[in-house]
Design a protein around this ligand. Sequence first.
Ligand code: MG
Length: 367
Amino acid sequence: MHITGLRAELLRLPLPRPMLSGSSGGAGGQPVTHINLPVVFLETDAGLEGLGYAWNLLGGGRATRSVLADDMAPLLIGEDPLDHERLWRRLYRRLQSVGRHGLVIQAQAAVDLALWDLKGKAAGLPVHKLLGGMRPAAPVYGSDGGWLYMSVAEMVAQFETYLEAGMMGVKMKVGHPDPQTDIARVKGVRAALGDRIWLAVDANQQWDFAQALTAGRAFEQLGVAWLEEPLLCEDIAGHARLAAALDIPIAMGETLGSRHEFAAYLRADAADILQPDIVRVGGLTEMVKVATLGEVAGRSIAPHHMMESSIQVACGVLVDAPIEYMPWVAAAFAEPARIEAGLMYPPPGPGLGLTIPAEIVRRYRVD
Ligand code: MG
């Protein structure tokens, strides 16, 4: 089998619910209403087509599409799409000076997902079975109901629908300039949901060390399951100091690109829970390697977003990782995510088991 063509598209989808976190807001601070979905279709001489995608919120949509079409297509056409390791290394090394993390590695992730999609289609198997078939489904926590613009009552109302659906728990945003604002909001949610509900918080890198320490100590008293991204992601030493000072687990990793950046966190003992984003880390191939790093270091894995493809890794190789329920790009796919009694199941079809109908491409396409 050989790759005969690469078609890159950019879709711009409305979010099911506007989002506002410490790190992501509109240019004037208002909630974000749309998500960019760069999509790649890899064509082959076997008649199979592979589908892969990236995502971004605040920029880089057209640039990601350009990297796919201009820089990656010439490196892929004529190659055997089953050679995902060789092709990952080839793309990474060729574009390293403009890549490593950010939109180039995200474009590479789209290609990597498309290669795995093709591999599964060629084998007639879903990707999670090719990876290892660790388990049939993964528990889900609800994550699209705790944005900074929402009141405690609005968050609780959404969280209750997640819990009634059987989800394992919920996550809310923190990261106000004054951590006392967040502590009060977490107290409010905790009081409404009860002490036994699994509740995590996410600061999206908004605090300095002193703020994060104050907030972390309060969250410990409130039984919060993890404190996510308390500090700037480049501050590995700060995360290490914080992890040593606090009992609450520090979760980290959604903005890290490649296994090498995760390895630096592990060497510094700076994170308790690793959160690779299947797109930002460089694709499924790289995410599996991060999972192995985490296992060897005795750290949990909690995949970030993109549940439609993360579920393949979660069910293929991970023993007990949760899936973050965030249906941001669900409207792109013909196959609705299957979530029953709080468990998410991978799509049954071969490869990623996902299709984007031509009508969806037409409707949401950006020129
Ligand atoms: Mg996060």
